[in-house]
Design a protein around this ligand. Sequence first.
Ligand code: URA
Length: 191
Amino acid sequence: MTTELETLRATAEACQACRLAETRTNVVFGSGSPDADVMIIGEAPGKNEDLQGEPFVGAAGKLLDSLMEEAGIQRDQVYIANVLKCRPPGNRDPRHDEIDACKGYLRRQLELVEPTVVVTLGNFATKLLLKTETGITRMRGQRYRWWRGIVVVPTFHPAAALRGRPDTRAAMQQDFALVKETIDNPPATES
Ligand code: URA
């Protein structure tokens, strides 16, 4: 497992499939346990992530860490990746062609890690995985049975909680409790 993920990482690190290859400092492939029960999917690397080559190393990452700790989810149960592996200049929104060029990496990460639960942070990850146009405010708070029996739990992006209303954090707390409940009582796999 690890070997294939590492091979995929090496391929991503040399990727030239979209314009973001020209402006990135580092490819931010993903981090965490290759045997994780939970895969958390963000949007795209920010400035700190681009500089360090690791996802969620800034303030949003600290918030994620606290939410996981509060829910009783261990770091070694988690793998973290983003929809885009390279930073969009100035942290602008990902573009459709960039998502199309990058989504194969995420799909392969999902196949290799085989998590029980996927947490999609914000609109970009939620819309990509669940193929929906419905916004995150309506999608969150529920579980969705997805590809290969994986359960998807959409929640807000931590950046929204950092700049937004206090009830955004409380909603994320509820969503992470739902994640914990799901990994403790995984749904039966369909035959
Ligand atoms: N925001 C994201 O969506 N991903 C990161 O890795 C950092 C901030």
